[in-house]
Design a protein around this ligand. Structure first.
Ligand SMILES: C[S@@+](CC[C@H](N)C(=O)[O-])C[C@H]1O[C@@H](n2cnc3c(N)ncnc32)[C@H](O)[C@@H]1O
Length: 471
């Protein structure tokens, strides 16, 4: 327990001791100072906006450093794997920012390992593909990539990132849809230069009624303002008229996510919808904000952005295969799934993956709005280590069994000297046992500071990249 008066935010601590916020995060990650909550209790993970550090602890640490009695660089963090100098726009370059996703790693981390341990034309598998970061980065480096994920929506995001497009046609479909919804929005609000004779009053009423009739989801009716709901339902209705339907679904889903009645500082894990039109104190902007009441603003924000991003990746995309499989990695028949591809008879050269961790994230729930909007079938009960099952000893046991089952299922498709990289924040020290039970040995471990994980909030932590091979 620390003295409450001594507790400050990272920014306040930095100002008080003449360091940068990045320095303070670094001390935390190297285990030199502790993380506290507002009540002064030492914590392992901080919620966004609630992390506190002890000024007294920082001052003692800095004075020990000055006297040569303490070192900064103690915790064995790999100097190149923090990627502190990689700016945000590169960490989210081209299609990596087509859609938010809690728990994705940055492409630079994948690149660092693929460049050192693999060759062009190798086959790389990610059995916990998520939004497809490994697949896109591997393809850029002229490697064949395969991704498996249990969640249909994650597979949709990955497919949309990986797809080869007629870029001009994709752009025109995105912009035309945006324009049509803009017109609808203007009719809806009677704003701007609207030619009302094109859309008479009764027709508008019928249209609104039929859109609302199509909406059978209580979630959508609760988490969106009435205007936002109508705009997104109208966009959804237009999608079947176009060729690149999944691409349009991703633009819409991204806009819908940002149009929920949630505070700006909690887009990733909101608890309950805010009342329409009511001000709230926004921790992100440090002022009063009002929840968004429409969807068109975000449709505008993401339409051109999406078109630009797919055009950018189109320039970098290699002709190597990208295979996306929606399945449970414990039971998927990889050989059958690959039988129709040009890599059907080859063994896999390596794995680069970040599995879910025990009780950390519910991967379906984070995109509940998309499941409700598009009606994708949910596979929650097949997720390994979901948050809703907690972190108990029993949950850890089930987690180990789940991850081992994945390796036992896929390792027969991997070369005898295949290289396996697993990114995990293994705070329960489960991976040595997982390796053992999977017939793998740990060749090396790389520890990295994670300050730059997108969507992960402001809580500094470390993770380990386990390098394993068949025993
Ligand atoms: C940490 S995320 C991977 C993130 C990814 N590296 C990225 O950059 O987007 C773990 C993923 O494992 C998936 N997953 C959980 N259980 C699974 C299972 N039984 N089979 C396949 N995938 C599963 C989750 O849906 C989630 O997308």
């Amino acid at each position: 327990m620390a003295d409450n008066l001594d507790l400050v935010t990272i920014e306040e601590a930095a100002r008080a001791v003449g360091k940068t916020p990045h320095n303070i995060r670094d001390y935390i990650q190297r285990g030199r100072i502790s993380k506290y909550n507002e009540r002064g209790e030492i914590i392992e993970r901080a919620q966004n906006g609630h992390l506190r550090v002890s000024l007294k602890e920082i001052r003692i640490f800095l004075s020990l450093v000055e006297q040569g009695l303490e070192k900064h660089h103690h915790a064995g963090l790999h100097p190149e794997l923090g990627f502190h100098n990689v700016p945000e726009y590169q960490r989210t370059k081209h299609v990596h920012r087509l859609h938010p996703y809690l728990g994705k790693f940055i492409p630079q981390l994948v690149e660092w390992f693929l460049a050192r341990y693999f060759q062009p034309d190798d086959i790389i598998l990610d059995p916990f593909m998520g939004s497809g970061t490994t697949l896109i980065q591997g393809n850029e480096m002229r490697m064949h990539t395969i991704g498996i994920d249990i969640s249909p929506f994650n597979c949709l995001i990955a497919r949309v990132k990986a797809a080869k497009y007629d870029v001009a046609k994709a752009r025109s479909e995105i912009l035309e849809t945006e324009q049509r919804v803009t017109r609808f929005s203007k009719y809806l609000t009677r704003s701007g230069a609207v030619n009302l004779s094109l859309f008479p009053e009764e027709r508008m009423d019928t249209l609104k009624a039929s859109l609302l009739e199509e909406c059978t989801s209580d979630y959508l009716k609760t988490w969106f303002a009435p205007r936002a709901l109508l705009e997104m339902l109208y966009y959804r209705r237009l999608i079947p008229h176009y060729h690149y339907q999944d691409l349009l679904r991703v633009v819409l889903s991204r806009a819908v996510r940002s149009s929920r009645l949630v505070p700006h500082y909690d887009l990733a894990t909101p608890k309950a919808p805010l009342p329409v039109g009511e001000k709230y104190w926004c921790k992100k902007h440090n002022r009063y904000c009002v929840p968004i009441d429409n969807c068109i603003t975000k449709i505008h924000a993401y339409s051109r952005d999406t078109a630009r991003r797919i055009a950018e990746f189109d320039q970098l995309r290699s002709d190597k295969t990208i295979t996306i499989i929606q399945a449970d990695s414990r039971t998927v028949d990889l050989r059958a799934e690959l039988s129709h591809t040009t890599i059907a008879n080859r063994l896999i050269d390596g794995i680069f993956t970040s599995p879910p961790y025990v009780g950390q994230i519910d991967y379906h729930d984070q995109h509940v709005y998309a499941y409700e909007l598009f009606g994708f079938p949910r596979q929650d009960e097949l997720e390994i280590g979901p948050k809703k099952r907690g972190k108990s000893k029993q949950a850890q046991r089930e987690y180990v069994d789940g991850i081992v089952a994945v390796f036992l299922n896929i390792l027969p498709s991997v070369k005898p000297d295949g290289k396996i990289f697993i990114v995990a924040n293994d705070r329960f020290d489960l991976y040595p046992e997982i390796a053992n039970l999977s017939g793998l040995r740990i060749v090396d471990k790389f520890h990295r500071a994670v300050t730059k994980r997108t969507e992960q909030g402001d809580d500094p932590y470390q993770e380990t990249i386990f390098f394993m091979m068949k025993d």
